[in-house]
Design a protein around this ligand. Structure first.
Ligand SMILES: Cc1cc2nc3c(=O)[nH]c(=O)nc-3n(C[C@H](O)[C@H](O)[C@H](O)COP(=O)(O)OP(=O)(O)OC[C@H]3O[C@@H](n4cnc5c(N)ncnc54)[C@H](O)[C@@H]3O)c2cc1C
Length: 399
């Protein structure tokens, strides 16, 4: 006969670890089962290792649910007005101070590892066992109890929390495993799709000039007919064949056909070029933007790097200004699940009790974090949801 736990939590990510802390802080016996070699593998990688924990501007408008359901209700009921305060409060209770840059909140150390370590220390204090390299392959309900199977091992628990995350970023542990467990338990799963991933631009002439450039601008996502889908201001990062950075990540789910970017706070007018007739176009543009961006603007227009302002007529200068005012890139796709920070889709919100994250009509079964059909913008919103949903399912944290 296997040992009986009050809570068996499947997945040691942000949601599962938060849930384990809350459940154990309420006097429950808790076990966490994790398929990876170590707990919190994805959490370590968040925010480029800096862990963007939450965002001061977090509210329901920053979240989406592919299948609809009770998104607003879920979030309002569970987290009240200032949701970022709740994440910071929890972190502070674990001994992690937080710091903010333009609304983006990080641990004061700017190290994701400090968050993982603080959570693991708290779990140790609360005597929670975390069994790594334990992939759950089946869950069966027998009356008021659940039997959780990992290969030949079996764990019995009164409450089971599905915190297995999404299939985004498989090299950090993302897998479809949680969806399979949920479906076998009779839960509706909305087909996941990758979100928060870089936009591929394929082979575009002169694009290689931009590799490594990071520049801020107004970014417009448009459909095939040129209709504006979304517009955001922020930093764009260029790789060999992608556009990335927070604004581009946020636009991936819209599947844009093209991205138009204005890199100027003030677009140079014809006089900027006429008054510097002896200088090269690149030289003038470099007064406004990154030098490689300036080179790209000139070469992608079919001009030589050495072209001087005086080489162009006024009509030609006006046409050139029109070109640089808004650079257009054709989008051929996204980097997909391989490099997605999150997935849209997952367990349907219709099945979830908003106040507790319990599965409706299934006593003792809960689902939290990215496994649910809810995803947030880039900027701390997904960790916020993972942490707060985990705490809620564990009955709230009582330090
Ligand atoms: C590179 C990257 C950077 C990111 N940066 C940020 C950021 O800065 N801010 C932010 O808000 N969000 C960020 N995100 C998103 C955020 O990390 C996730 O939304 C969040 O970690 C989800 O937490 P989770 O606990 O629901 O899932 P996960 O963290 O994925 O945890 C689920 C765990 O369950 C385990 N598991 C799965 N199936 C089983 C099974 N059958 N048995 C046992 N264990 C199982 C997995 O191995 C995994 O450890 C980032 C994501 C990535 C990939």
């Amino acid at each position: 006969m296997s040992e009986k736990y009050d809570y068996c939590i499947i997945g040691a990510g942000a949601a599962g670890l938060s849930c384990a802390i809350a459940a154990a802080s309420n006097g429950n016996s808790v076990i966490v089962l994790e398929k990876n070699k170590k707990a919190g593998k994805k959490l370590y990688a968040t925010g480029n290792g800096r862990c963007n924990l939450t965002n001061r501007y977090a509210d329901t408008a920053c979240y989406r649910s592919k299948g609809g359901g009770y998104l607003e209700l879920l979030f309002n009921l569970c987290h009240g007005v200032d949701i970022s305060e709740q994440v910071c409060g929890f972190m502070n209770a674990l001994g992690i101070l937080t710091t903010e840059i333009d609304g983006y909140v990080y641990p004061a150390s700017f190290q994701a590892s400090s968050v993982v370590w603080a959570m693991l220390d708290e779990l140790k204090k609360l005597k929670v066992s975390i069994e790594c390299e334990h992939e759950v392959n089946d869950i069966k309900q027998y009356g008021d109890l659940y039997r959780v199977h990992c290969g030949n091992e079996e764990y019995t628990a009164a409450n089971v929390v599905l915190a297995a995350g999404s299939c985004a970023y498989p090299s950090l542990g993302g897998s479809r495993s949680g969806y399979g467990l949920a479906e076998r338990l009779g839960l509706k799963v909305i087909e996941p799709e990758p979100v928060l991933t870089a936009l591929k631009v394929g082979k575009q002439e002169h694009f290689e000039l931009l590799k490594g450039v990071r520049a801020r601008g107004r970014v417009d996502a448009c459909d095939r007919s040129g209709r504006l889908l979304a517009s955001e201001y922020g930093e764009v990062q260029f790789t060999e064949d992608t556009l990335s950075g927070i604004v581009c990540f946020n636009m991936a789910s819209l599947k844009p056909d093209r991205i138009r970017i204005c890199f100027f706070d003030r677009v140079p007018d014809r006089n900027a070029f006429i008054s510097h007739a002896d200088r090269t176009l690149i030289g003038v543009l470099n007064g406004y933007v990154n030098d490689r961006l300036a080179e790209y603007m000139v070469e992608s227009y079919g001009l030589k790097r050495s072209t001087c302002c005086s080489d162009l007529s006024i009509k030609q200068i006006d046409a050139f200004v029109g070109h640089i005012a808004e650079l257009e890139f054709h989008v051929t796709g996204t980097e997909g699940f391989d490099k997605a920070q999150a997935a849209t889709g997952g367990i349907s919100l219709d099945m979830i009790e908003p106040s507790s994250f319990a599965v409706k009509g299934r006593k003792g079964l809960y689902a939290v974090g990215e496994l649910l059909d809810i995803d947030g913008k880039c900027g701390g919103y997904n960790l916020t949801f993972a942490i707060l949903s985990g705490l809620k399912a564990g009955g709230g944290y009582h330090a």
